[in-house]
Design a protein around this ligand. Sequence first.
Ligand code: UDP
Length: 317
Amino acid sequence: METCLVAGGGGFIGSHLCESLLDENFRVICVDNFITGDKSNIKHLSLNKNFLLIEDDIIKRKEYDIAKTNYIFHLASPASPNLKSKKSYINFPLETLLVNSLGTYNLLEVALKSNAKFLYTSTSEVYGDPAISPQTETYFGNVNPNGIRSPYDESKRFGESITMTYFRKFNLDSRIIRIFNTYGPRMQKDDGRVVSNFINQALENRPITIYGDGAQTRSFCFVSDMVEGIKRAMFNEETSGEVINLGNPTEKSILDFAKLIIQLTQSSSELLFEELPQDDPKKRNPDITKAKKILNWEPKIELEKGIVKTIQYYKEL
Ligand code: UDP
């Protein structure tokens, strides 16, 4: 039986990944410090004899008493940009900077010692406020290096750089994926992101808070599609040293997204326009040509279907 270490396995995407790897008969070691993740995400896995939780911070811990780890997935990082949420990376700037720099270094060292394959989860945020759309992996981005989003954007860029350094210098079998907006069950209600905010506002008939005029766009990928893409990126002979976008290329304006949520929840919420946060990207849409070609992957869950499942999740909370 092979072993996967999932850093950030207590988070939204990480917990779905742990579950899916267990289903495929891997032993899973989940490492999380739960500053933004939540133990309830993995509670149902704790009885599985192939699941081990290590509550720890990858910034501090360099050694894992793991004789043989075959695969390391690095998903550990705060990821919400919303200043109003306690769980956003704007409120954990140092933790975010360090988990993607020192934390990535520590995990790369573990990978080297255990001869494990390594996958770093980067982000569409490395493109910043992109001057081209859709974004291809070859685009270098348009990032403010010291703005309020910079602890996330710049540390993810550093994380990419150090991952590629271990690939080039030590031939470490490593790959980078860039995750675009992802949503679904277990996305935390109070993480401040547009999907969780809009759905919960609509369910409670509170005003839907649109930042700016709502003309900015995002492309939303359902979590099961994302997990499938992450696994294909890891368990593929051709991905070593590659950078691959993963996301759903169906682009929607935030205003249209708000209207869709109101319609699907049959809510009486009104629209409330608020100030646009600093450096909020105007467009975001992944070019997934490379993922289609190398991984034979593309998202399958349509937005409406995924949103209905997510609404159901929040209703049952
Ligand atoms: N947004 C919004 N209202 C909210 C939360 C977010 O209009 O209550 C906007 C936000 O300004 C951004 C988009 O929705 O343009 C997506 O925001 P999110 O925080 O989900 O993630 P991002 O894609 O910016 O990383």
